[in-house]
Design a protein around this ligand. Structure first.
Ligand SMILES: Cc1cc2nc3c(=O)[nH]c(=O)nc-3n(C[C@H](O)[C@H](O)[C@H](O)COP(=O)(O)OP(=O)(O)OC[C@H]3O[C@@H](n4cnc5c(N)ncnc54)[C@H](O)[C@@H]3O)c2cc1C
Length: 225
């Protein structure tokens, strides 16, 4: 119980020295959500020596939304073996990947490291320690074996606006932005047929283009697809 309190209070004087000294070797961690953030967190905790259980309410990975990858993310994923697990990783004209592919790469690493992954199980809340039992989670279905897992550290990576009860939510949002979507009729011309897979430009790939746009028009854009 005390371990849990120290780890969840980064301002605690013992927090840094404690985790540097012994790593996470004696810690059991519950991670909620097998999105990219939950999976990557599970890998990191596992590399630090923790016992990790990961919960995911979906039955399978089916999201094909395409994510742009930052250069440092690509380096990180390559170091985890992305190029071996998925030969086409970052081989196109733009550095991007579908969420599903990213999840599968990270899932493989998790499984290789011994992370226990449970799909089709929803986190419903925390159960406080009592008697000789430590922190546990209320799950749906309750019969899932992870319902008896006792943990020292709980990390929520439920995505979007999901915030577990009892935790505060702090958003690190940038300035408010306006998104404009314009649909054009496809005239099936030769020029249109040559439009690349993702026809847009993003600030991370062409900073000069966006700076010129800002100087000329006063519009500060993140991407233009
Ligand atoms: C079309 C599109 C394009 C996008 N492009 C980009 C981009 O270019 N770059 C970018 O960074 N982002 C982009 N995004 C956003 C992208 O979806 C997120 O960046 C990414 O998925 C966030 O990962 P995450 O792990 O935080 O959350 P998620 O991927 O949302 O994962 C959270 C997981 O937690 C699970 N979960 C939630 N609640 C529970 C619960 N109670 N119990 C158990 N499991 C639970 C969910 O099922 C989910 O699998 C895009 C999104 C869309 C729709």
């Amino acid at each position: 119980n005390q371990k849990f309190i120290i780890l969840l209070q980064p301002h605690h004087p013992l927090f840094h020295s404690f985790s540097f000294l012994i790593g996470f070797f004696f810690f059991s961690c519950l991670v909620l959500g097998a999105g990219p953030c939950g999976l990557r967190t599970a890998i990191e905790l596992s590399l630090l020596g923790a016992q990790v259980v990961l919960l995911e309410k979906r039955e399978d990975f089916s999201r094909n939304n395409v994510l742009h990858l930052w250069p440092y993310t690509i380096i990180d994923l390559r170091e985890l073996g992305a190029k071996k697990f998925y030969g086409k990783f970052c081989s196109g004209t733009l550095d991007h990947i579908s969420i599903r592919q990213l999840q599968l790469i990270l899932l493989k690493v998790c499984l290789l490291l011994g992370v226990e992954v449970h799909t089709g199980v929803e986190y419903k809340g925390l159960i406080e320690p009592s008697g000789d039992k430590g922190w546990m989670a209320k799950l749906q279905p309750q019969s899932n074996p992870a319902a008896s897992f006792q943990f020292d550290v709980f990390i929520s990576a439920g995505g979007g606006r999901f915030v577990p009860d009892g935790f505060k939510h702090k958003e690190m949002r940038g300035k408010l932005a306006i998104g404009i979507t314009a649909n054009f009729i496809n005239g099936n011309t030769a020029a249109e047929a040559q439009v690349p897979e993702i026809s847009g430009v993003a600030r991370i790939y062409n900073q000069k283009f966006f700076q010129d746009l800002l100087n000329e028009t006063g519009t500060d854009q993140k991407s233009n697809t």
